[in-house]
Design a protein around this ligand. Structure first.
Ligand SMILES: [Zn+2]
Length: 203
């Protein structure tokens, strides 16, 4: 804009603004289109403008964000409370459809808690499970993705690792019976209580 045009604009600013407003009101669709086009063509410039404005109005932005976030939090909490059943059902459905993942997540949680060495990917675990014929390592009962538990032959508490070689599939009964016994201790326990493990024990 040259100087003459700028002066003319300054002089008639109010009138121009009125005219612009009127045109936009009468041409809503077109105006929307123009705006979108402008935003698209000046994306970076507008971003800079916004950044500049934010940096000059930090307190205002902070205050706004505080109000906005607390309102959002409240709204989300209200929504969660109103939809508690729906959320629980959806969580349950996801867990049922993703048992492998849930098992791995639980396992990983335990790893973090115990801070033990080693790791086992879902694929490695699947291989371990297949290696043991998809059966309990101790009583040989047949297991599936729903019933299998990840058992540490050397318990984490005894310094065992999370490497695949230390992990075996186990049924819930054997896993809970074993507790923190070492592999050898548990085999002895099975031999001493054969009736508890009537599927035939491992030697
Ligand atoms: Zn078992």
């Amino acid at each position: 804009m040259n100087e003459k045009a700028r002066l003319r604009y300054e002089k008639n600013k109010k009138r121009y603004n009125e005219l612009g407003k009127k045109w936009r009101e009468n041409n809503k669709e077109k105006s929307k289109e123009y705006n979108a086009q402008y935003r698209k063509e000046n994306k970076e410039y507008l971003l800079l403008l916004r950044k500049d404005w934010v940096s000059r109005n930090e307190d205002h932005v902070k205050e706004y964000l505080k109000i906005y976030n607390s309102a959002r939090k409240l709204k989300m909490r209200e929504w969660r409370e109103a939809n508690r059943e729906r959320i629980a059902a959806s969580n349950r459905a996801w867990k049922t459809a993703n048992r492998d993942k849930v098992r791995m997540y639980d396992h990983l949680k335990r790893i973090r808690k115990n801070n033990a060495a080693g790791s086992c990917s879902p694929e490695q675990w699947e291989a371990r499970f297949n290696y043991h014929g998809r059966k309990c390592r101790y009583c040989h009962c047949i297991l599936d993705d729903r019933t299998v538990q990840i058992e540490h032959m050397i318990p984490l508490r005894h310094g065992g690792s999370n490497w695949p070689s230390n992990l075996v599939p186990s049924c819930k009964f054997c896993n809970t019976s074993k507790k923190d016994k070492t592999y050898k201790q548990f085999i002895r326990y099975i031999k001493e209580n054969p009736r508890l493990f009537d599927q035939g024990f491992y030697t």
